[in-house]
Ligand binder design. Structure first.
Ligand code: ZN
Ligand code: FE
Length: 238
């Protein structure tokens, strides 16, 4: 199983998960064109479109990709009213399987009410959308601080080596915020050097790992809901 990172729009990441038969899932296609370009060039077969949540920068390419490849749209059951043409609806804690793909569905509300994470247990790969970013977390648009705090806690419980593929390239900016409130964190300092190297060489900063995020991401390091909420407010004005 292979993950291809496709940059979309301004700073979005879409991903294509490809198995050994060149069957593939596309995760959060922000727009169709860069996805279609990759698919045509590499001769892969897009079978499924997986959406972490309903925001347009995560589903913008659904329609075109579905039409062109006859792909099935896979999304959370409570978002059927705002993600058009869903073929397969998912429940919390469900294991979704198709072809060689097997993913656990983890409901992680906070950024939106219907946000989910796709956790591919065998490969230890998690697509976290706009809930967990590398060194950050999503803005709380629809949920409560408590929901977001609980959702991040669920993600913290994934195996340490789990690779994190998030929805946006915000890592460098996020790292400045983490450093401001966690100056003496050696692991963070080391990770920032790696991030700067990647950014300077135009390499995506994903994937991160759960282990790295627990060590470096200030939002995962917050011990109480109060501490988390305060950080989230500060970040909104950072
Ligand atoms: Zn979003
Ligand atoms: Fe987004």
């Amino acid at each position: 199983m292979l993950v291809e990172t496709i940059r979309c729009l301004e700073d979005n990441f879409s991903y294509i998960l490809i198995d050994q038969n060149k069957n593939a899932c596309v995760i959060d296609p922000s727009e169709s064109e860069p996805i279609i370009n990759f698919v045509e060039k590499n001769n892969i077969k897009i079978k499924y479109i997986l959406n972490t949540h309903h925001h347009f920068d995560h589903i913008g390419g659904n329609k075109e990709i579905k039409k062109k490849y006859n792909a099935k749209i896979v999304a959370y059951k409570n978002d059927l009213h705002r993600i058009p043409d869903v073929d397969i609806s998912l429940k919390n804690n469900q294991i979704w399987t198709a072809e060689n793909f097997k993913s656990k569905i983890i409901h992680i509300p906070g950024h939106t009410n219907g946000h989910i994470c796709f956790f591919f247990e065998n490969e230890k790969i998690a697509f976290t959308g706009d809930t967990l970013f590398s060194l950050g977390c999503g803005r709380i648009f629809e949920g409560t601080y408590k929901e977001m705090f609980t959702s991040l806690k669920k993600l913290k419980e994934l195996p340490k080596e789990t690779k994190i593929y998030c929805g946006h390239e915000y890592t460098l900016k996020n790292s400045e915020f983490c450093l401001k409130y966690d100056k003496n964190n050696k692991r963070l300092q080391k990770k920032i050097n790696e991030i700067k190297n990647k950014v300077n060489n135009n390499i995506p900063t994903v994937p991160s790992t759960i282990d790295d995020e627990i060590a470096c991401n200030i939002f995962l390091r917050a011990k109480t809901l109060g501490e988390f909420s305060k950080l989230r407010d500060l970040k909104d004005n950072f």
